[in-house]
Design a protein around this ligand. Structure first.
Ligand code: NDP
Length: 366
């Protein structure tokens, strides 16, 4: 599949992220976001054919840009006597959850946010966990509360999430915070869709007036995503498992956000040439024949799969790089922004909770 070479330009220099730390190729742009939008990094399938490939929207670079801003904000808050604090609650020992929470705690450490890591046993009851959340709600040194999902089956997850103080709800899952987003008066908003908006804005993808298709309607990704795009003046279609002729609906869109949890489902026939494609999906695949189909044009990824026996893939098929105008990789696209926005929400919560003392501290609107 070929499309207009002139529109996006092309560099065959590198795969994801290998331009890190270099200056803009034109030498004109020294600030990070301009450097970022200046690099046209290609993920080139190794088929030998001459393809025009999408601009890769590198989430790791955007996260670093946000971290630079956050360090400045946190420094200013500390100068005003406020150290933002995040409490992470991990129930039981789900291995994947442990990895997620550890990376969130590590992000806190790297930024100078105080972290509190609570690990109640997998046998905890709803009442006991509610008491723990109430304690965290009362603590003045805790600005943000994160209860890692999934919770064990005996715990009523909705009751727990509803109990998190609105001003400390850094995941943005409390229905009142969701309602504020619906009303266009957002308080704390879910991190993953917030991160997608940062990717679009900092990559200078036009949103106003654009047709956007959000595929997936979960409470934590699809719905808030659609609302954020709507508030940014996109014309939004929300798609789900019952959408009729999904490929045709998605093909109308200038911006496609895929969040279904279906490995590599969004193939090139869902995408209009030149569209921006945001891949929220993170799926671990272990089936060799599935990996061979998905990575047919990416022998290096296939070789890595064979070495490890598994691989992470998004909801978007890697071949979409041949038709999209811009594309987030998975991994390395939306994931880093989810954690960055959790940090950003924690800083925002600290600023809001101590608004008197924080009045003079620098803020960046996100
Ligand atoms: P959910 O399972 O809660 O929701 C999936 C949504 O996708 C549902 O609305 C479902 O429709 C829709 N869907 C499922 N199959 C299809 C299909 N064949 N066609 C159209 N729509 C379909 O998932 P989440 O929203 O929690 O997560 C989605 C993906 O995003 C997952 O891969 C998850 O791992 C990833 N994720 C990544 C994050 C990151 O930081 N990168 C953070 C959060 C999630 P219906 O409502 O009709 O059932």
């Amino acid at each position: 599949m070929r499309h207009s070479e002139g529109r996006f330009g092309r560099t065959e220099e590198s795969l994801f992220g290998s331009n890190r730390g270099k200056e803009c190729p034109t030498g004109q742009h020294r600030d990070f976001s301009r450097v970022l939008s200046c690099f046209l990094v290609s993920a080139i399938p190794s088929s030998g054919a001459s393809f025009v490939t999408a601009r890769i929207l590198n989430g790791n670079l955007i996260r670093e840009e946000i971290y630079v801003e956050l360090r400045g904000e946190i420094g200013a808050l500390k100068a005003a006597g406020i150290t933002p604090g995040l409490a992470a609650v991990l129930v039981g020992d789900n291995a994947a959850s442990k990895v997620y929470v550890n990376s969130k705690v590590a992000a806190c450490e790297s930024l100078g946010i105080r972290s509190f890591f609570l690990t109640p046993s997998a046998t905890i009851t709803t009442q006991e966990l509610l008491m723990l959340v109430h304690d965290l709600n009362e603590r003045d040194d805790v600005d943000g509360i994160l209860v890692q999902l999934p919770l064990p089956p005996q715990v009523d997850a909705k009751q727990i999430l509803d109990a998190v103080d609105l001003s400390k709800d850094v995941d943005g899952f409390n229905p009142i915070n969701v309602g504020r987003l619906v009303a266009g008066r957002p308080n704390l908003v879910a991190c993953t869709p917030l991160g997608v908006m940062e990717i679009l804005r900092r990559s200078k993808i036009p949103i106003e007036g654009a047709e956007a298709a959000v595929i997936g309607r979960s409470d934590i990704v699809g719905k808030p995503m659609a609302l954020l795009l709507l508030h940014a003046n996109a014309t939004v279609t929300i798609c789900h498992s019952k959408t009729r002729d999904l490929p045709a609906t998605a093909r109308r869109a200038d911006i496609v956000v895929a969040a279904m949890g279906r490995p590599a489902m969004i193939t090139a026939d869902y995408i209009r040439p030149g569209a921006t494609v945001i891949d929220v999906g993170t799926n671990r695949i272990t089936d060799a024949s599935q990996a061979e189909r998905i990575f047919a044009k990416f022998p290096e990824r296939l070789a890595k799969f064979r070495e490890k026996g598994s691989a992470l893939v998004g909801d978007v098929h890697p071949d979409v790089v041949e038709i999209a105008g811009a594309l987030t990789p998975s991994p390395g696209g939306v994931g880093p922004l989810t954690i960055a926005m959790l940090m950003s929400n924690t800083v925002k919560a600290a600023r809001m909770r101590h608004s008197g003392r924080a009045a003079g501290a620098a803020t960046v609107r996100r």
